[in-house]
Design a binder for this molecule. Sequence first.
Ligand SMILES: Nc1ncnc2c1ncn2[C@@H]1O[C@H](COP(=O)(O)OP(=O)(O)O)[C@@H](O)[C@H]1O
Ligand SMILES: [Mg+2]
Length: 255
Amino acid sequence: MICDPDIVIRVENLKTRFGDHIIHQDLNLEVHRGEILGVVGGSGSGKSVLMNTILGLIAPSHGTIEIFQKKIGSRFDRTEINHRIGVMFQNGALFSSLSVQENVEAPLIEHTRLREPWLEAVALMKIGLVGLDAEVGRQMPAELSGGMRKRVSVARALALDPELLFLDEPTSGLDPIAAAEFDQLIRTLSDTLGLTVVMVTHDLDSLYSISDRVAVVADQKIVEVSPIAELERSDHPWIRAFLGGRAERAKERNR
Ligand SMILES: Nc1ncnc2c1ncn2[C@@H]1O[C@H](COP(=O)(O)OP(=O)(O)O)[C@@H](O)[C@H]1O
Ligand SMILES: [Mg+2]
């Protein structure tokens, strides 16, 4: 196997199952350093399971997963690797009884020896990084708009300075304007911090505006990985249905 430092995640021949229910079979995927990779697929196709398997929360029944050029085995100590990965889970909620600042401090308290005044300094820096005012740190999650709560979730995911960020349907529930602003935040963070981003989404606007490539989960595997403009030329029935009119127009142009 070639050790390429620009491949941040390499999944080979992955099989996952729950009892008799096979979710993935012969699934292969490479994620490149610094890219924003969109992950799309039908509801229940296994996008969240794939993310959770890469994160080590679900054990694969076959195949290999490499992250940062390290092969992840079942008895592998993930602590060091998990510190380099930030995650925003699907419907990932903030701790409702903690202030915004305390939410962002939580991973720092759990995983570092940082204490005051540095905890506050780091938390406020992350809150600023996601485009929120320092005063928001004192507010409770319930006082914030949906878009602000998503930003706080990103600030918390960035607390430990990860190199790799997973987002599972981050713009779901946001209005189109808040979703577009969120997308631009992710693009800016990726560009300025060199973050690699894996973003599960159904949001075509997000895919067109910020993804470098899009991986399609269908038929228990990744059936295509390419820039969204190339996906428009795909003959795969799910991709054609997903992209709908845009794909039809692309075909007309190319005839
Ligand atoms: N812990 C689990 N136990 C059993 N089945 C599961 C579990 N997690 C997910 N599944 C099943 O795996 C399939 C893929 O789920 P998921 O990855 O959540 O889909 P999505 O692509 O919508 O994110 C679904 O059929 C779901 O019911
Ligand atoms: Mg999901």
